[in-house]
Design a protein. Structure first.
Length: 239
């Protein structure tokens, strides 16, 4: 649900008709509020329509009393908004909506040494990883993710992949562009799929960044490759 100025991408539905396109998280305090997995789930429930606390609690299968603190923090920092109020049995009942279709994190919050605290980067990564960990475990327990080695169809697999590649600047630019296209394709699937009972929600999270990790290994590999390729030429010359 977040994307970097940095972002966590929100899902787009017809309920976003009147929502601002983006909400900029520009303080560390707001980022810490947003990073809580339960609060992210609260926001996600609002992407398909406005709801009261009781309606959010019912969708999350949580007692409303356990949500009021989190709802108040989200409202206080502008991460959700009140769109209507009414009196129910003498008590004010608020109806909430998401603040925007996308929640965008100000890049300066991710730069160590640029803030009063260096927690921004860790908080952002935690905001992505922790909800993913919880959701993956839940999907495995429910059987939605099939962990068998001989699973027949790929559409129920969990894919976790990590690799280090060495790219020229122009190749890296092309790779970033291709990744952006893939993300756009993934996020903008045909809305008709929502009406299809066979359709299934999927989550895709990507990290792509320049790094010093594996640099020596890559150089050794390149040196070995150069040496190996030279051997036949040397042998031919000695013949």
């Amino acid at each position: 649900m977040v994307q970097p100025e940095s972002t966590l991408p929100a899902e787009t539905t017809e309920a976003h008709r009147a929502l601002p396109e983006t909400y900029l998280i520009n303080t560390l305090e707001a980022l810490k509020v947003f990073s809580d997995p339960l609060r992210q789930r609260v926001i996600e429930t609002l992407f398909d329509g406005q709801k009261t606390v009781k309606q959010i609690a019912a969708e999350l299968d949580i007692a409303p009393t356990k949500l009021y603190y989190h709802i108040n923090l989200l409202e206080e920092h502008g991460l959700i908004r009140v769109v209507d109020t009414r009196i129910v049995s003498g008590i004010i009942e608020k109806q909430y909506d998401a603040a925007a279709s996308y929640y965008r994190i100000k890049r300066s919050l991710l730069a160590p040494g640029q803030n009063d605290s260096d927690d921004g980067l860790d908080t952002t990564i935690d905001a992505i990883i922790e909800p993913m960990r919880v959701d993956i475990r839940k999907s495995i327990v429910s059987g939605l993710i099939d962990t068998r080695d001989d699973v027949a169809t790929k559409n129920r697999q969990l894919r976790i992949w990590r690799a280090i590649g060495r790219l020229q600047p122009e190749d890296a630019d092309r790779f970033y562009a291709r990744m952006d296209e893939l993300i756009d394709e993934f996020a903008c699937q045909d809305d008709d799929a929502e009406a299809n009972e066979a359709s299934q929600n999927y989550i895709m999270i990507m990290f792509l960044y320049p790094t010093e990790a594996g640099k020596n290994l890559a150089l050794k590999h390149r040196k070995k490759k150069t040496t190996d390729s030279a051997l036949p030429e040397k042998a031919n010359g000695g013949g």
